[in-house]
Design a protein around this ligand. Structure first.
Ligand code: BTN
Length: 261
């Protein structure tokens, strides 16, 4: 079981972790965090659970969150940024999580656009960012982080695409969930401050280094349909730039990207 006290003890932050709320089981930590944010909670609140009955992923998918097998956590933030910068903000969170996982496990974790965490092209984690915004004003953001740590089995439909730190290590290793989570939160606090202070370019440069898809042929499914091309780069809005077969460039701002095999 995850203990808020232990997390607090290891946190080296003054924004993230202003309050830590733990539940053995919830529908979704993002739902609880959103409700707390709407009720006016302070910035930096973290909601964690050992189990989610209705864990949610990007693009309306569900997120498999078995009891005690992973990190299921959400953070409430109130950055003073226009909503258009929120995609780049989410890439920042992916960089923090990727760096923290690399440092605390020694495993070569990568990022697939926009913020899937992967090992050997299989997904070990993801980030679900949910905004509460007016056209030009962001009220709050909930950053939901899911990391598969000790999972040994996955539902059939995830069998080939999902994995866990345990499955990707020697199988005997035990991972310290609290240690990994506090490292993620410590890294994210630094990157959050860096982002707010105008340091996005350096963060994106690190994102590029962690990417396992830039330079590769990919298939994109978005509102424009399904097409293939080379993943060239990301831009400062957090969009993925694709060079299509005919040489034209297109920007992906939301959608599903997979390596073309
Ligand atoms: C993705 O589709 O890659 C994003 C997955 C995000 C899962 C996390 S687990 C904690 C938080 N609560 C949720 O319901 N989802 C996010």
């Amino acid at each position: 079981m995850i203990s808020s006290e232990e997390i607090k003890k290891n946190l080296n932050t003054n924004i993230i972790g202003s309050e830590i709320v733990y539940y053995p089981s919830v529908d979704s930590t993002n739902n609880i965090a959103k409700k707390m944010a709407e009720e006016g909670c302070q910035e930096g609140v973290i909601v964690i659970a050992d189990h989610q009955t209705k864990g949610r992923g990007r693009r309306g998918k569900s997120w498999n969150s078995p009891y005690g097998k992973g990190i299921w956590a959400s953070i409430v933030l109130r950055p003073l940024i226009p909503p258009v910068r929120s995609a780049a903000f989410t890439l920042t969170a992916a960089v923090s999580v990727c760096r923290a996982l690399r440092q605390s496990t020694g495993l070569k974790i990568n990022i697939k656009w926009p913020n899937d965490l992967r090992i050997n092209y299989k997904k070990i984690g993801g980030i679900l960012t949910e905004l509460n915004a007016e056209t030009y004003r962001l009220n709050h953001v909930v950053i939901g982080i899911g990391i598969n740590i000790e999972n040994e089995i996955f539902p059939d439909e995830l069998g080939n695409i999902a994995t866990s730190l345990r499955l990707e290590s020697d199988g005997e290793s035990r991972f310290n969930k609290v240690g990994i989570l506090t490292s993620i939160l410590n890294e994210f606090e630094n990157d959050y401050k860096r982002f707010l202070a105008g340091g996005l370019e350096d963060i994106l440069e690190e994102w590029r280094r962690y990417s396992d898809t830039l330079g590769e042929q990919v298939q994109v499914i978005d509102y424009k349909g399904s097409y293939t091309g080379k993943a060239l780069d990301i831009d400062s809005d957090g969009a993925l730039l694709i060079e299509k077969k005919d040489g034209t460039l297109t920007k992906v701002t939301s959608g599903e990207v997979s390596l073309r095999v």
